[in-house]
Write a protein that binds this ligand. Sequence first.
Ligand code: MSP
Length: 642
Amino acid sequence: MAEKTFYLTTPIYYPSDKLHIGHAYTTVAADALARFKRHQGYDVMFLTGTDEHGQKIERIAKEHGVTPIEYVDKIVAGIKELWKILDISYDDFIRTTEERHVKAVQTIFQRLYDRGDIYKAEYSGWYCVPCETFWTERQAGAEHICPDCGRPVELVKEESYFFRLSKYADRWLKFIEENPDFIQPPSRRNEMISFVKQGLEDLCVSRTTFDWGIPVPWDPKHVIYVWIDALSNYITALGYASADESKFHRYWPADLHLVGKEIVRFHTIIWPIMLMALDLPLPKKVFGHGWLVLEGGKMSKSKGNVVDPVLLVDKYGVDAIRYFLLREIPFGADGFYSEEALVKRINSDLANDLGNLLYRTLTMLEKYFGGRVPAPGPEEGPDADLKRVAQEAGANAEAAMDRLEISAALEAIWELVKRANKYIDEVAPWSLAREQKNERLATVMYNLAEVLRTVAVMLVPYLTRAPQAIWEQLGLAGSPAEVGWQAARQWGLLTPGTQTRRGAPLFPRIEVKKREEKSEVSEEVKAPTQEKISIEQFAQVELKVAEVLAAERVPKSKKLIRLEIALGEERRQIVAGIGKSYTPEELVGKKIVVVANLKPAKLMGYESNGMLLAASLPGEDEEEHISLLTVDRDIRSGARIR
Ligand code: MSP
């Protein structure tokens, strides 16, 4: 068994048959990291799974007329199938309904209780029956109405267990100070620190209003609620609190929890505090990645086939989808999904750059050397530069992966692919052949084949089919995975005399029908008429509170800012002409007012799904003095304005 271990996890997924291409991102990214570490010789433990309890599942199962377990069994089978289609190489898959998890969570809960870190108290909140949501006094407001649907809420008092988060706030802050790399990227770390500094409240960790959960061992009318159940999976899967803790001793603490940005808080605050209370070592790193967002707004399967990963793999192949996901989301930031962007990546990076390099090299080898890799002669011209770039590609890709910058690692590898294509144009092998400069031609062709061997080895973590195909076309035995990452860092391992076998093109180009570019819509708004409007007319305008999640300037525009906003659960993109009055930085976190049911419009190529409200006085410098409408009291995004 390898000496060095690496334990890495994805979040456990809610069982939903609506997993979309964005969901696939966390798992594909984790898979690339797992494969990279294996490639480097680590003994990797890569865990994923499903988070199956809760009231929502209980309700949906009932609607389907089946028991919750019958319902989740079916969905989980679908999720496993999806991971198979995406070539996810997980070592273990944990379901929170498995006995190994249930038993261990009960022991964890008991241990926390015995230490005095879990206590019973009364939970009181304002409950909206139709929305099944609890609200605080402040959220329900003086009129006690649901901020989501506007219907009256009821005061509910419920006996609950609470976990003493507050007790650990200082210890947490000290830990974060001493371990500056624990939360990645650093921007998320700052967010978490300010959150904890505002004061931590104890966490409600049990419920009596539904049954679909793990019962509190000594008080079974309570079920353990959400986070203690879910987060524990990272140790229950290793056999913590079971008869066989050998895996736990071997792999814990985790080297990396990879999670989407919206659940960083639970993983960096609740989870470490739970572990502190259990006297267990803390994970080494939590990385909160950005989202893949649709240009038109929130990603959901209801958007149709375009975001269904199964259909996309079927249409474009698993490597194309993996490549897109890994390349398109930059370190920690969000990336945009559109089928156009996907096809563009396939055509330019995969078909053009990589596919052509292989195709050109093998065709020329066939033509000039009967397909046999020739022995290289002395170095000349751009050879040294090609080898330098090859060396750098390996070093840079490795360094990028160590920083978890998967997209940058692929970029580094593509530096080499592109350099090799340029090399072909520079040295023009066809001229060398014409001039019968055979020794030089042999060197050139060797160098190109050697670049391809290196690239195949380097691509092992990211693509699951192409590296093997390149390997076989080069006529090599075995696989690029088994030679290990170091084989990419050495130049000259390809043995002259190897008989290549050109095969089908790796990535055929995808023909796209030219669509007419939609022109920019006019930004002018018609002047209001003098007529009065009825309340019904006004009611047609859906005004909502939105929270600004992210903002950035639209390239080449002085006034347009692209905002990513939350309307309750929904995510959207809007584009607003407020860039002369606001910087993107000051917009993030603001609760603003938007017209939510406006027809989408395209501004400088960016789709805007709604319009924010802002005040201005007509005049010459109007655009510099815009004032945004915000809400007076804190209220959840998505709240209706009327
Ligand atoms: N069950 C919780 C996690 C508990 S972990 C102890 C959960 N599940 S989830 O199914 O909603 O999300 C699973 C993962 O998918 C998360 O990392 C989430 O960030 C990710 N994504 C969901 N939509 C996404 C995009 N559009 N883009 C990128 N990742 C996305 O949260």
